[in-house]
Design a protein around this ligand. Structure first.
Ligand code: KG4
Ligand code: ZN
Length: 370
């Protein structure tokens, strides 16, 4: 299937060309630096920038893939979740192109895109990037599998029964992991978005230099992550150090916060996997999980925070201990917001083509149709 994919859900204007799950072009125009001075994404600015850039990213993706519109078989577009007025730009453009070139449209859930992003394949011409990321070629993934989405807006551990059949096992009850990292970075004056800068600072810091609390320490509930308590503790700590915030103290504070944030993530995932493995079906607040979850052997990880090498190391270690294969996208251009993951999800699903699509700013992964 020859796909042009579009994503304008937040502050990246993105277009990609994929042939099935093979990524031929993946163009991302990031607006992050424009939003930085506001310390977060300004929806109206995002919409304006998407409108300005959408034609350019699409043209560049087509050019990079050496395709014309006549080569296309389908247009995939992010329908939600995301900022309503930002989503609208991509959807309108997708509809316009679909009508003009008489192509079907596939609406895609953005979280599903992140979830399935580790299943993307590089084209032979981008084998160098495969090499750069450790030459780890995708191995087969067996269903049911676990999926973890860690981004600026979402922290969700999902049971993937099969494509299109998802059950959220745990999600954040307050801040998303990326959002918490961004806020901690901001407290330290490191700019926005701060996750990657915090990672860099943390490398030179001591994660045990200051006593930050571990969220829900030893009383983790299976189906929730929480970062707001850790954030408040960090704020108090930074306040207490504000008169002597030298470089080393910033490194240490970054390391302490990142360490606790990741420890919490690991503990909830660990607990969920250990609890589900021998005793299917699993009882959750929202009902009973169907499917033989004890057969889970794979964890797919996507979303901006999956760029973090310390997090990757920890998840791989956990996977080894639990007998779970952990998969990340083959390129860092597939972890943050991008349209290639939307093309990949459309290729794998290829089910719900539709002419009548409208934005769905709060579309849960559990509500996608099979
Ligand atoms: O997936 P994404 O690009 O956008 C959303 O859908 O939210 O994720 C953005 C998030 C931001 O919070 C950003 O700080 C975080 O991903 N992020 C990182 C790293 N790179 C991006 N967090 C930790 N370490 C990184 N290297
Ligand atoms: Zn995203």
């Amino acid at each position: 299937m020859k796909i042009l994919a579009i994503d304008t859900s937040c502050d990246e204007t993105a277009a990609a060309v994929t042939e099935g799950t093979t990524v031929l072009a993946n163009v991302i125009w990031s607006q992050a630096s424009l939003h930085a001075k506001f310390g977060g994404v300004m929806p109206s600015l995002a919409q304006r920038m998407h409108k300005e850039r959408i034609d350019w990213v699409i043209a560049k993706a087509m050019k990079n893939a050496k395709w014309t519109m006549k080569n296309l078989g389908v247009i995939a577009v992010t329908q939600g979740p995301g900022l309503a007025i930002a989503l609208e730009v991509g959807i309108l453009k997708a509809k316009e192109l679909a009508q003009k070139y008489k192509l079907p449209l596939i609406p895609v859930n953005h979280i599903e895109g992140h979830l399935l992003s580790p299943l993307a394949n590089p084209s032979t011409s981008s084998l160098t990037s495969l090499h750069n990321y450790g030459g780890r070629k995708m191995k087969g993934v067996e269903w049911p599998a676990l999926g973890l989405v860690v981004s600026g807006g979402h922290t969700e551990l999902v049971l993937i029964n099969k494509f299109g059949d998802y059950k959220i096992l745990a999600k954040t009850q307050d801040d998303a992991l990326g959002e918490a990292l961004d806020k901690a970075a901001r407290m330290l004056g490191l700019g926005y978005p701060g996750g990657a800068i915090l990672e860099k600072m943390a490398k030179s810091g001591n994660p045990r230099a200051y006593p930050l609390p571990l969220p829900m320490a030893r009383s983790e509930i299976q189906n929730a992550f929480s970062y707001s308590g850790l954030k408040t503790a960090m704020w108090r700590l930074v306040e207490s150090q504000k008169d002597n915030l030298d470089k080393q103290i910033i490194y240490d504070l970054a390391a302490c916060f990142q360490n606790r944030a990741f420890q919490h993530l690991e503990r909830v995932i660990n607990k969920t996997i250990l609890n589900i493995a021998p005793y299917p079906p699993l009882n959750l607040r929202g009902g009973t999980i169907e499917g033989d979850i004890s057969r889970v052997r794979d964890l797919l990880v996507g979303g901006g925070v999956a760029a973090n090498m310390e997090l990757r190391k920890r998840l791989r270690k956990m996977g080894k201990e639990l007998g779970i294969r952990v998969h990340f996208p083959y390129s860092l251009k597939l972890v943050g917001d991008n349209a290639a993951m939307i093309g990949v999800a459309a290729a794998l699903r290829n089910s719900c083509k539709s002419e009548e699509i409208d934005r769905k700013p709060r579309w849960s992964i559990e509500d996608v149709s099979v």
